[in-house]
Ligand binder design. Structure first.
Ligand code: ZN
Length: 590
């Protein structure tokens, strides 16, 4: 059962798509529409469009699309009813109880409650006699009680059933504990604590919910850290530790990206509340995009050992890809930030601030790293360094940035600037060819993968599936065709499943008058997944300018070729038409 139509109308009229998307994406006007950098994939030139006319968005780069509810679902990682609730709250509306299928929403609510209760339990355990090893550890790291409370740090007791028993007594089922990943299932089928004998770091999302935990063991046992796996409320590829605090403490639009929980906590203690860490995994593009929603610049502050430096090198292109400025800090003397700050006592924070101000850009960092591998005293070494350095610079998008560094290289090595520029142009041509190939491959892969997911039959029936999609687009624009289309081409004649479902649903909405106005994209967001909504948005884009004659033509294609694969359809047609069909196919595939 759906939410009442009147409520949905009210919600839609109060949830302006441009207003809402603007709070996540920087949109600029282009003609009738608004464009911006897509928040769902990394890109440098905007292919993310918002169509005010029909309340939809569509990204040409990754195929994400839909209505305002789909947008909120995707960006906030919510299910349908949760997204409706969030929008309703924003619009000052009460969601009617009637018609809400919220089983998923209830599960998520339970998992959040379990997490909160677990965090309380771990924190209380830390302050009991059994928590002494944990408290001692924090004392060794010079954490005052106030920081322990601020971060809600805790201790997972040694017993393998302490938390499970505690939560069961509070009325939570073992199956819920397993879904929250605070417990795991033993071979006998019982639930057993996931974390034991570990200091516990709760991970809090941007809305203040405890969504996951990291646990560090204090002995030499492996693994040193374990973290919550993906759950209904947590995706580790987008989680960031302490982002809930850091987003409100940006220092000139800057975040400090540290390596571990303790680094972050020490930095916060020293007054750098813009410090965050990625969680247990290497940095992902999703995490970088979350940072880019709040910050302009990220200072990478990883360990100075080889592993830390490798991780920094990997992080640079990911952060740049999300449009962030990047600088890389080297903490002197092989220290981690905590050791560095502590070693200067009172002055520690000021010294660290100076490191932030002085640290170089990611380009300087990469050039320094390169340089250390060559002997610049020898002519050979100089040339090799120069060639490698030019390759680094050729990959920069910004011409001014390139020019600055070419100037520096020329001075540093005593080589003519023009000679370096010539070499760089050559390298840039190579790089641009390689980048084009890469992009083409990525786009094709992304497109074919998506095609499989949403409408798997389309692969074998490209021509018919395209006709189906165009016909649906016509129907969106010409509702008056619905009755006659249902006669001529009942939904069961459709060849591909997704299009059949969409066609049937659209016909139903028009003929039964389910919606007050002509059906639009938002009438599908309750029945389609966010990925499917991308396809609906793509189809809807084709609807303007279509005519009733177009519809007739598409009906004919579907009726005459329905059931045949592309290859069979081509074999069945006469030779004169063959060439034309090849041409049409080639155009469609472009
Ligand atoms: Zn995109």
């Amino acid at each position: 059962m759906a939410l009442p139509e009147a409520f949905m109308q009210d919600l839609k009229s109060r949830s302006d798509i441009v207003d809402i998307i603007s709070s996540y994406v920087n949109l600029k006007r282009r003609g009738k529409n608004m464009v911006g950098l897509c928040p769902f994939h990394n890109e440098k030139s905007p292919s993310f469009n918002v169509y005010t006319e029909n309340g939809s968005f569509y990204c040409f780069g990754c195929g994400a699309g839909g209505d305002v509810i789909t947008f909120i679902r995707k960006i906030e990682n919510l299910d349908y009813i949760e997204a409706v609730k969030l929008l309703a709250q924003r619009a000052g509306l009460q969601v009617p109880e009637q018609g809400v299928d919220d089983s998923m929403s209830r599960l998520r609510q339970r998992v959040l409650e379990i997490n909160r209760e677990s965090a309380r339990f771990f924190h209380a355990s830390l302050l009991k006699p059994e928590g002494k090893p944990g408290l001692d550890y924090f004392a060794r790291r010079r954490l005052p009680m106030q920081m322990i409370r601020h971060f809600g740090l805790g201790w997972a007791p040694e017993s393998r059933f302490a938390l499970v028993n505690h939560l069961r007594a509070k009325g939570y089922a073992e199956s819920e504990l397993i879904q929250a990943n605070v417990a795991v299932q033993t071979r006998s089928g019982r639930a057993m604590d996931r974390f034991h004998s570990r200091v516990m770091f709760p991970i809090i999302d941007l809305r203040g919910n405890v969504v996951a935990f990291g646990g560090r063991i204090l002995t030499d046992e492996k693994p040193k850290y374990i973290n919550t796996s993906d759950t209904p409320v947590y995706h580790k590829s987008s989680g960031l530790f302490a982002m809930n605090f850091a987003k409100n403490a940006l220092d000139n639009g800057r975040l400090i990206l540290a390596e571990g929980y303790m680094d972050v906590i020490s930095l916060h203690k020293a007054g750098f509340e813009n410090a965050i860490a990625s969680l247990g995994t290497s940095l992902t593009a999703e995490q970088a995009r979350v940072m880019a929603r709040y910050a302009k610049e990220v200072i990478i502050c990883y360990d100075s050992d080889e592993a830390g430096q490798k991780a920094a090198q990997r992080a640079i292109p990911i952060l740049r890809g999300a449009g962030l400025l990047v600088r890389v800090m080297a903490v002197p003397g092989n220290k981690d930030p905590d050791e560095f700050i502590n070693s200067y006592g009172e002055e520690g924070a000021a010294r660290f601030r100076k490191l932030i101000e002085d640290c170089g850009s990611d380009v300087e960092y990469r050039l320094d790293r390169l340089k250390s591998g060559f002997d610049l005293e020898s002519g050979d070494g100089k040339v090799q360094y120069l060639m490698e350095a030019v390759n680094v610079l050729a990959r920069l998008d910004n011409a001014i940035e390139r020019d600055v560094y070419v100037g520096r290289l020329s001075e540093e090595l005593g080589v003519d600037k023009n000679a370096i520029l010539t070499q760089m142009k050559r390298s840039m041509r190579q790089e641009s060819r390689a980048a084009q190939k890469r992009q083409l491959r990525e786009t094709t892969e992304a497109l074919s993968a998506r095609r499989d997911e949403i409408n798997p039959e389309k692969r074998r029936h490209v021509r018919v599936a395209n006709a189906e999609e165009r016909l649906i687009a016509c129907l969106f624009a010409h509702n008056e065709l619905a009755a006659s289309l249902r006669e001529k081409l009942p939904p069961e004649k459709f060849v591909t499943g997704f299009n059949r479902r969409l066609y049937q649903s659209l016909l139903g909405k028009i003929i039964n008058g389910e919606t007050a106005n002509a059906p639009g994209i938002s009438d599908f967001s309750a029945e389609c997944t966010p990925d499917e909504m991308g396809r609906v948005a793509a189809i809807l884009r084709e609807s303007s300018g279509t005519t009733a004659e177009d519809a007739e033509r598409f009906v004919q294609i579907i009726l005459s070729e329905g059931g045949l694969s592309d290859a069979e359809a081509i074999r069945a047609s006469d030779p004169a038409q063959l060439q034309a069909q090849f041409e049409a196919l080639r155009r469609q595939k472009k």
